[in-house]
Design a protein around this ligand. Structure first.
Ligand SMILES: Nc1ncnc2c1ncn2[C@@H]1O[C@H](COP(=O)(O)OP(=O)(O)O)[C@@H](O)[C@H]1O
Ligand SMILES: [Mg+2]
Length: 269
């Protein structure tokens, strides 16, 4: 059986739509007939279970801290789609130490084997858990809106990851856009800065429009793909899933991290 493909949904900034996109992308891939494990990588402030209206009894924290059997934490939410939930209100989980990283990597490898995709939803910020989830993934789906603050934070995350872990591969997703031209202009700004200052070529995976159905689905705690499959947002996510399935996923040999200390908050060097 082929190795599962790890896709990390990440952004730098909070509130840009990572969790909504991770949930709906996972749902779309499952609808398209692939088996998907959706991991809540926002380890201290979990949201995936909330968006899917699931009762959670045991989480990643129980596996790491109490030795709970990993399989016992999986929740099947749809044919072909399981979630691995995280805990909420456990601040120490936001910074995953090396021991827990090693343990969680083994847990994920064991759980992921029967799946084709592992979609990892991450927290905001540049904490160790966020960076680590990106480094264990084949692909980082960097979500940004056209807001300058979101764009700046997406660039900062790409910069830190690229400079410390040159093997990270990025696909940009523009969320909450008004039209395609806004998505393109925003992508070009980000890609231009990455090329000029980091010597890095970014790929554009696609965009999701600003659509009131997203908020409605959040309130009703269900994927917008399920609430309104014909909506613009749902159609856009199905298109993203198609694009993802078309991508080649060479399993990358992760290089050792270079020196840290690469902070920077502007679209510059
Ligand atoms: N495409 C969109 N159109 C309209 N609202 C959106 C869209 N994507 C996200 N949102 C809104 O943004 C909020 C935050 O999304 P969320 O996925 O929780 O962000 P993050 O995980 O990045 O913090 C959602 O509750 C929803 O109301
Ligand atoms: Mg989130």
């Amino acid at each position: 059986m082929a190795e599962p493909k790890y896709c990390c949904v990440t952004s730098g900034k909070g509130g840009v739509g990572k969790t909504c996109l991770a949930v709906n992308l996972a749902f779309a891939l499952a609808q398209q007939g692939t088996r998907v494990l959706l991991v809540d990588g926002d380890l201290g402030l979990a949201n995936v279970d909330v968006l899917l209206d699931r009762e959670v009894e045991v989480t990643i924290w129980d596996i790491l801290d109490r030795g709970t059997e990993p399989e016992a934490t999986l929740i099947s939410v749809h044919p072909g789609l399981d979630i691995l939930p995280a805990s909420s209100g456990v601040p120490e989980m936001a910074n995953l130490g090396p021991n827990d990283q090693g343990l969680l990597k083994e847990v994920l490898q064991g759980l992921a084997a029967p799946f084709e995709y592992v979609i990892l939803d991450t927290a905001a910020g540049l904490g160790s858990a966020v960076l680590w989830f990106n480094t264990i993934s084949d692909l980082s789906l960097v979500v940004t809106t056209p807001d300058p603050t979101a764009l700046t934070d997406a660039y900062a995350l790409i910069k830190v990851l690229h400079q410390s872990y040159p093997c990270c591969r990025f696909e940009v997703v523009l969320n909450s856009i008004q039209d395609e031209s806004e998505a393109r202009i925003t992508f070009d700004t980000l890609a231009g800065a990455a090329r000029r200052f980091l010597g890095l070529d970014l790929d554009f995976l696609g965009s999701v429009p600003d659509d009131p159905v997203v908020k409605q689905a959040v309130r009703q705690q269900m994927p917008f793909l399920q609430l309104a499959p014909q909506s613009k947002a749902a159609q856009a996510v199905l298109h993203l899933a198609d694009r993802l399935q078309e991508l080649r996923f060479p399993r990358l040999q992760r290089s050792k991290p270079r020196a840290q200390g690469l902070k920077g908050q502007s679209l510059g060097p």
